[in-house]
Design a protein around this ligand. Structure first.
Ligand code: AMP
Ligand code: MG
Length: 413
């Protein structure tokens, strides 16, 4: 048996990021940037006003107060989108709007709330101003030539904002991995049918397709291969047109477990492992025609756990991501965990992110076919290979797998 760590390292060594393609900024959300984005101009492009108010010389206001306002001549109005008509001199002010360029000579903007219109085109300023007050400096965000987003970044709304700011209507993003998903097993029945005696619904095909979609890759559903080498070969030959292949079932040591043999026949540099983990021990991994192929275990939870630990980082790397490993957190264990040492255990758990810290509760029903536990869980408690468990109150390592963990039913305040 090999360890989870060395299986993951061996897999990732074989994975290369996919090529890049051009996409419009509006379709770039959720994609992975395939180029460094450099700014060709500074932001802000010029000093501009952060407030509606008056641009003036701060030195004119040294003695200004409520009781003794300073009167300045308003020389013109400056709405956003226009350019200054001339410099500001001592004794003068420009009525300026938020975002308008600060006129030459002005050293501060006083917000309109601290002023009052005076007689004959004057303004009364009732407080002193700091030099630079309410002025957003050119380049305080970034300067021309700066790299503002690095290749490999996930494009979130913030990156879309940045791309728009630097004027990038098109960007290079990594191609989304197209992942062929197939199930194996004579016992599998399509979900539209009521399973006859001896058959079960093919849940893995849908679960794995959903997992693929959840990491931003594109699942291509190839259906069910029967438990014969011919049927498997037929499906896998089609699957080789995708960027990555995932199958479930048929990787154990049963009489009908042919996945590893057929992958080998198709020219895969085959690696078949028993990984020292629970659930999810049997795992076939190979590279056929440059495409990674994962033979995941058949038990529903085993296949989902194996996906989280091995396929997800591989797909993220193919998609161009630099950060591919799931984050783990330390949490306070609320119930004892007792297990047989020898394999790394991934215990389905409910992680609560309380203000006071993280709390993890292992759930009842850890069998590798118990889907209801997976539905209630949002994370795995990771029990190291040689550990026999933990006592309530100890600190454990938890790996959340559910993005909705960031939302809660009650307001946060
Ligand atoms: P196998 O590794 O093929 O022996 O499968 C192990 C267990 O997982 C058996 O109980 C199978 O019935 C079950 N199984 C295999 N494939 C699927 C699937 N696609 N959906 C649900 N259960 C499956
Ligand atoms: Mg089977």
């Amino acid at each position: 048996m090999i360890t989870v760590e060395s299986a993951l390292e061996t897999i990732l060594k074989e994975i290369k990021p996919l090529d890049v393609e051009s996409t419009g900024i509006l379709s770039s959300l959720g994609r992975v940037l395939g180029e460094d984005i450099k700014a060709s101009r500074p932001n802000p492009p010029w000093d501009n006003s952060a407030m509606d108010g008056y641009a003036l010389k701060a030195e004119d206001l040294e003695r200004a107060s409520d009781a003794a306002p300073v009167s300045l001549n308003v020389i013109y109005d400056l709405p956003a989108g226009q350019v200054p008509k001339g410099p500001v001199k001592n004794g003068e002010a420009v009525r300026i709007m938020t975002g308008a360029p600060v006129p030459d000579g002005a050293t501060a903007v006083v917000m309109v709330e601290r002023t009052e219109r005076g007689p004959g085109g004057t303004v009364l300023i009732k407080a002193a101003a700091r030099t630079g007050e309410n002025i957003r400096r050119a380049g305080e965000d970034f300067n021309a030539g700066e790299t503002v987003i690095k290749s490999g970044a996930l494009i979130r709304p913030a990156e879309v904002s940045m791309l728009a700011t630097v004027g990038a209507p098109f960007v290079f993003v990594h191609k989304r991995p197209r992942v062929a998903v197939l199930s194996t097993g004579d016992e599998l029945c399509d979900i539209q049918e009521v399973p006859p005696q001896g058959k079960i619904s093919n849940s893995n095909g849908y679960a794995l397709s959903a997992l693929v979609a959840a990491v931003g890759a594109e699942p291509i559903w190839l259906g069910v291969a029967r438990d014969t080498k011919e049927s498997l070969r037929e499906k896998l030959e089609i699957a080789m047109k995708a960027d990555c292949i995932i199958s479930s079932g048929g990787v154990s040591v049963g009489d009908y477990d042919f996945v590893k043999d057929v992958l080998k026949e198709l020219g895969s540099e085959m690696i078949f492992w028993k990984v020292a983990m629970k659930p999810g021990k049997p795992l076939a991994f190979g590279v056929i025609g440059g495409k990674p192929a994962f033979g995941l275990p058949g038990n529903p939870i085993s296949s989902m756990v194996a996906f989280e630990q091995f396929v997800k980082p591989a797909l993220l790397k193919m998609a161009g991501r630099k950060a591919v490993f799931s984050q783990t957190f330390s949490a306070l264990l609320t119930k004892d965990i007792k297990i047989k040492p020898g394999r790394m255990n991934f215990i389905r758990a409910e992680l609560k992110m309380e203000e006071a810290g993280f709390e993890a509760t292992p759930l009842d029903g850890q069998g590798s076919g118990v889907i209801s536990t997976m539905v209630r869980a949002n994370s795995f408690i990771i029990v190291p290979k040689d550990s026999s468990g933990f006592k309530a109150g100890e600190t454990v390592k938890v790996q959340p797998f559910d993005p909705s963990i960031l939302l809660r039913e009650k307001a946060w305040y």
